[in-house]
Write a protein that binds this ligand. Structure first.
Ligand SMILES: Nc1ncnc2c1ncn2[C@@H]1O[C@H](COP(=O)(O)OP(=O)(O)OP(=O)(O)O)[C@@H](O)[C@H]1O
Length: 743
């Protein structure tokens, strides 16, 4: 049965989860799944039998390697088995086939991981995985933007929720806890508290389901069902990417040109001339620069980078090691483009990176809108969110009244004895929801149309953005995104400026197979290799770190090219007004070595994430010493490579402004003092993903005035990189054994 005929048959709108489940069951081949994903979006590609398009149908040439597939009978075609080449142009169909294959492998890996966890049915064990919460009551509901239902779920008697990985923005499935066959409805976590979790859904849970009567009604609960929430694979993001890729294959005109440049088959143009005819001259850049009225204090190379980016007709790259002002420079590019009357889409792969950019842009541009769930946006930037702006719109009070009416309707439906009466209340609720949606849609349209700059992660909400087009797309932290993840944004303009650093975090890829055939490699790096120096500008003066904090990273990752600006070169914590001079505040570096002290790592109960309670104790003690010396909580960050250690430290420290996060949550950020807890301590010297040097590079370059590492040298320094780090600290008189520290 085709995806199309299935869709026509369903009595009520499908949840994406139901579609996914059926897709997973009914299709075995990767191309069929891609076709369904694309088809279910009905985005002008309905006629395609596969997202692979004509190339998937055509017989693949002998150059394509085959990839063995555990689930499919036929092996899969791999157009570029060594990853995307940079020494020749890429074939359009082969390129997008490769991207689709990456996505498919990644989807398989994610589904397999979650399926393994879903096998566990025992309540205590289920929750210990952190992937599910069971025994939940629906305690309240409201309606949110775009007519979504916001369902509040809690344990009976308001027990505390177990530790879990259901973060704001996580896709989840809500199902009947008592019925293992219930496919449930799809939703997204929209709020999280200790005792309650809220999810946004398109469908209201159906109280008429026969299994609804099976569990005992809890006090305060609405209806009689006990619910279960499971993390679900992020199919929506993948589908959106597939649809964008399918469109990009056939793009013509300027969009097609940009695609061809990005695939290396056409030469990028600057100031109307192709790079193949010669690089942009220094004089042209100087002239452009002289015409600009800069809004930010930029150094000459940064100003050149702005002029260079503004002269690009297709694509330009700004590369820079940590703290060299890539985000600052991009914000200036955006402001200059807006001054010229252009509209800009400003993106990054992570919410943190988008907010970093927004933080800078909102100071320079009057009308900026941040698209994304407010709970995932830094608190001080929430006024810029679409929700925040819509709320301020004069017509939003009408929506509020309608929402109240809708909530009343739903309550009446819940109280109705059943049958026809209940159906009528639900029908009335459906009508109100329609009215709310259309009114909100017009308010949203107005807010977006007025915006000079829209900031969003690279997973664009296509429905929300509609057919908004932009003159320029700017992507920060570009190496953190897969190529497949960029096409949704790329399709919305004809010019692209990207900034990033290939020595910082790569994208998270679960599938080893996808990583092996290039999924972690970035578009930015590929373009740099394809077109060479003329396509990028490099920044080298950094304005963040004390020179001693910078030097190791500079030597190891950037051939010693990084320069500390005089304003930061020797700054210390003790230079901050009101901070005491102590051994902690008067030097820029410290490694406290826990070797031999029995600070063993532990496994979280689910056997996935790791923690080190003894190390956490030491970090807590250090934070107290810093605070006693006069450092504010907001000047301190703790970075841990493992989420379990982050959770432990968050539960141990209640200090206003203190940030505790994983490395991934910290890219692009900076703090006066950073404490790095390395966690790994085991006799086998296994260090897991600490072996990714890029991750360590990011972690070690967030501190401005003081970097403190707490870690077990006996475990870490078996590995050459950490042996070098330790030696560097020793050479700088910054090594201390925990035994000395405790004395
Ligand atoms: N020309 C400049 N003069 C003074 N300070 C600057 C200048 N350029 C950047 N900075 C400051 O340097 C710090 C780092 O800048 P920014 O975050 O833009 O760097 P980045 O290259 O994006 O960093 P990362 O690689 O960590 O993402 C910020 O505090 C910023 O305000």
């Amino acid at each position: 049965m085709s995806a199309r005929s299935r869709k026509g048959r369903s009595a009520r709108p499908d949840t994406s989860h139901q579609k996914n489940q059926r897709q997973n069951r009914s299709s075995s081949g990767h191309e069929v799944r891609l076709a369904q994903a694309a088809d279910s979006f009905g985005d002008g590609i309905g006629g395609r039998s596969s997202a692979g398009g004509k190339s998937a149908k055509k017989k693949k040439s002998a150059k394509h390697a085959k990839l063995a597939d555990a689930s499919d009978a036929a092996p899969r075609e791999v157009p570029y088995p060594q990853g995307l080449p940079t020494d020749r142009p890429l074939d359009v169909d082969d390129y997008f086939d490769q991207l689709a294959l990456w996505l498919d492998l990644e989807a398989d890996a994610e589904r397999a991981r979650l399926a393994r966890l879903r096998q566990i049915r025992n309540e205590r064990d289920v929750e210990s995985t952190g992937q599910a919460i069971v025994g939940l009551d629906l305690v309240d509901y409201h309606t949110g933007l775009a007519g979504r239902y916001l369902l509040d779920l809690a344990k009976p008697a308001r027990q505390q929720l177990p530790m879990n990985r259901l973060k704001v923005g996580s896709p989840v499935v809500l199902s009947n806890d008592a019925d293992p066959s219930d496919e449930g409805i799809a939703g997204v976590v929209s709020l999280r508290k200790n005792h309650q979790i809220q999810i946004a859904t398109e469908v209201f849970p159906d109280p008429e389901a026969p299994q609804a009567k099976s569990s005992k009604r809890a006090q305060g609960a609405i209806g009689e069902i006990r619910y279960r929430l499971d993390l679900s694979p992020d199919e929506t993001t993948r589908k959106r990417q597939l649809v964008a890729m399918a469109r990009a294959r056939t793009e013509r005109g300027r969009g097609g040109r940009l695609r061809d440049v990005l695939l290396g088959s056409d030469s990028p143009r600057f100031d109307g001339k192709k790079l193949s005819a010669g690089p942009l001259s220094a004089d042209t850049i100087a002239e452009e620069r002289a015409d600009l009225r800069f809004r930010t204090e930029l150094n000459p190379p940064q100003q050149d980078a702005v002029a260079f980016a503004l002269l690009a007709d297709d694509v330009a790259i700004i590369h820079g090691p940590p703290g060299t002002g890539k985000t600052t420079t991009l914000a200036e590019v955006i402001a200059q483009a807006v001054d010229r009357g252009e509209r800009v889409l400003a993106c990054a792969a992570s919410n943190t990176a988008v907010d970093n950019l927004l933080e800078r842009v909102q100071r320079l541009v009057p009308y900026v809108v941040r698209v994304g769930h407010p709970a995932r946006v830094f608190e001080h930037l929430r006024d810029y969110t679409l929700d925040g702006q819509v709320e301020k719109d004069p017509s939003s009070h009408v929506v509020k009244d309608l929402r109240r009416e809708l909530e009343q309707c739903l309550r009446m439906a819940q109280r109705a004895p059943g049958g026809r009466q209940r159906g009528e209340w639900f029908a009335q609720a459906g009508r109100l929801r329609g009215q709310i949606r259309s009114l909100e849609k017009s308010i949203v349209r107005g807010v977006l149309d007025r915006a000079d700059v829209i900031c969003t992660t690279m997973t664009l909400d296509e429905e929300l953005l509609g057919d908004e087009r932009f003159d320029l797309i700017v992507i920060d932290e570009a190496c953190q995104s897969t190529e497949g993840g960029m096409w949704q944004a790329i399709l919305r303009a004809d010019r692209l400026i990207i900034a990033g650093d290939h020595c910082q975090l790569p994208p998270t890829v679960l599938s080893d197979e996808a990583a092996r055939i290039g999924m972690r490699d970035s578009l930015m790096q590929r373009l740099v290799q394809r077109f060479g120096e003329p396509v990028y500008r490099r920044l080298t003066v950094q304005y963040r770190m004390h020179e001693a904090i910078m030097r190791f990273s500079s030597d190891h990752f950037y051939e010693g090219s990084l320069i500390a600006d005089a304003s930061v070169r020797s700054h210390l914590l003790s230079d901050i007004e009101g901070v005491d001079q102590t051994s902690l505040t008067e030097s820029p570096l410290l490694w406290i070595d826990t070797a031999g002290a029995g600070y063993e790592e532990e496994l979280e109960p689910d056997g996935q994430s790791k923690l080190n309670p003894a190390e956490a104790n030491l970090v807590v003690d250090l934070v107290h010493q810093l605070v006693d010396a006069g450092i504010e909580g907001e000047e301190i960050a703790i970075i841990a490579p493992y989420a379990a250690q982050v959770r432990l430290l968050r539960s141990r420290l209640d200090l206003e402004g203190l940030q505790v996060d994983t490395v991934d949550g910290f890219q692009g950020r900076e703090k006066e003092v950073v404490l790095l807890t390395m966690v790994r301590s085991n006799p086998e010297a296994i260090i897991g993903f600490l072996s990714d040097r890029r991750r360590s590079n990011v972690a070690m370059t967030r501190a401005k005035r003081k970097l403190i590492i707490v870690g077990d040298s006996a475990t870490l320094c078996v590995h050459e990189f950490y042996a070098d780090v330790l030696k560097y600290f020793e050479d700088n008189n910054a090594y201390q054994s925990v035994f000395e520290h405790e004395c």
